[in-house]
Design a protein around this ligand. Structure first.
Ligand code: DI6
Ligand code: FE
Length: 420
């Protein structure tokens, strides 16, 4: 229950009290604070600590307070890799895969990404927005305060622009930070059949105009046997570099194409998937400070067996993030917490690594330096959970313990409390 009290004039800070905090503020450890509290001012955190140590001068600035009822508070979750904007569904393809067809075979036969492209092009703007907004709300209800949204199901200038506009509208109309990524180099559209180099030339031609419309925060490509070659990816990265846009890459998901090393050469924010990442790729990412975004949902749903080289990433000091990769073909998941669980069960991340992966390192994969930990000066994005210890966020699955979500200092979600 929220008890908001308005006190003295001039004061504008808000106290969030009666919580156990997992600040993640240090380089390692949960950063646990028992009997903790936060003070927010505007959209930022002004103070974090044990409630008994709240400075008197700060107390005078408090205009309202909320009792968090002993909940565990963490930074807001950052889902650093999603494809939220699309229409259609691919459950029939799932059935085909269960009967033995591979993801790659289905893609080569014109299904896969291309079938979603057809459905997405056929949907009107309002439908696309409503579908994406419902998905975004599911993420929000499980503690997500910032999300990356990729295009990549439009594959023409007009349709890529439309999908990116829908992504921007999500950020404007929902209480979520949205970072957009242009993934026009996701698959070859039918109009360019047999002409992948011409398609890449077209993508490089679209980028400046998409960017000029304020639609692009980063540029991504799918570098794989059923995507684009390293040489084609390099051309997309050159176009991004010319615009001063950061790059990311779907790298070594189904095979090792040397994509991670290429992306690192361009100072990539992140390389994502990485099941087939080799030693040279790990070393290049470590040198460039590129984040490894692991996507256990796709690993699980495609029934992969090749594990990403987590021990090597750890040993080389590559920051590890965890994301949903929500998309209709390889990861139709809307539970970020399930991804924390799977990052531990499949990839053997520790629960702390998994949570860091969806907070501080997820933020880093998006180039957002102002969030991912609970510390003074950070953006006031945090979540109150009905758990005792942060290790439970990776432990339960199929249960949502999210009780409140605070975005930029405002409570934007509260679970309905059912009292017997
Ligand atoms: N890898 C993926 O896992 C998604 N995109 C990509 O390049 C899947 C996209 C889809 O199957 O629709
Ligand atoms: Fe993806």
């Amino acid at each position: 229950m929220t008890h908001a009290m308005n006190m003295t004039g001039g004061a504008n800070a808000t106290l969030w009290r009666h919580a156990r905090l997992a600040t993640l503020a240090g380089a390692a450890g949960w950063g646990l604070v028992e009997r903790g509290a936060l003070v927010t001012e505007g959209q930022a955190i002004a103070w974090v600590g044990a409630e008994a140590e709240l400075p008197a001068a700060l107390r005078e600035r408090i205009a309202s307070e909320h009792d968090l009822g002993g909940a565990l508070v963490t930074p807001g979750l950052v889902d650093a890799h999603t494809h939220l904007v699309y229409a259609g569904r691919r459950a029939a393809e799932f059935e085909l895969r269960l009967q033995g067809a591979s993801y790659e075979e289905i893609a080569r036969a014109g299904g896969g990404i291309r079938s979603t492209v057809a459905a997405t092009r056929a949907a009107d703007d309002e439908t696309l927005f409503a579908l994406a907004a419902a998905r975004a709300r599911s993420l929000l209800a499980e503690g997500v305060t910032a999300v990356e949204v990729k295009s990549g199901y439009g594959l023409s200038e007009a349709h890529e622009a439309r999908c990116l506009r829908v992504a921007r509208r999500l950020g404007a109309e929902l209480p979520l930070t949205v970072r957009t990524t242009c993934l026009a180099a996701h698959a070859l559209p039918p109009e360019f059949e047999g002409r992948p180099d011409d398609y890449i030339a077209a993508v490089c031609d679209w980028l400046p105009r998409l960017h000029a419309q304020g639609l692009v925060d980063a540029v991504d490509a799918f570098c794989d046997r059923i995507g684009f070659t390293a040489a084609q990816t390099r051309r997309v990265f050159e176009a991004a570099r010319a615009l001063g846009l950061p790059v990311k890459l779907h790298a070594e998901q189904l095979s090792d194409q040397g994509g991670a090393a290429l992306a690192a050469e361009y100072g990539a924010l992140s390389c994502d998937h990485l099941e087939w990442l080799g030693e040279a790729g790990v070393a290049a990412m470590a040198r460039a400070g590129t984040v490894a975004v692991l996507l256990p949902g796709a690993f699980y749903f495609l029934r992969e067996t090749k594990l990403p080289p987590v021990a090597a990433l750890r040993a080389s000091g590559v920051p590890i993030a965890v994301a949903t990769d929500h998309n209709p073909g390889s990861s139709p998941v809307l539970s970020p917490l399930l991804m924390l669980n799977m990052a531990c069960t499949f990839f053997q991340l520790t629960p702390e690594e998994a949570l860091r992966g969806m907070t501080v390192n997820g933020a880093r994969a998006l180039g957002l330096a102002d969030r991912g930990t609970l510390a003074a000066g950070q953006r006031a994005d945090f979540v109150a959970w009905d758990v005792e210890h942060p290790n439970e966020l990776a432990y339960w699955f199929g249960r949502n313990p999210c009780r409140r979500v605070v975005q930029g200092g405002s409570q934007v979600f509260a679970a309905v409390e059912v009292k017997p």
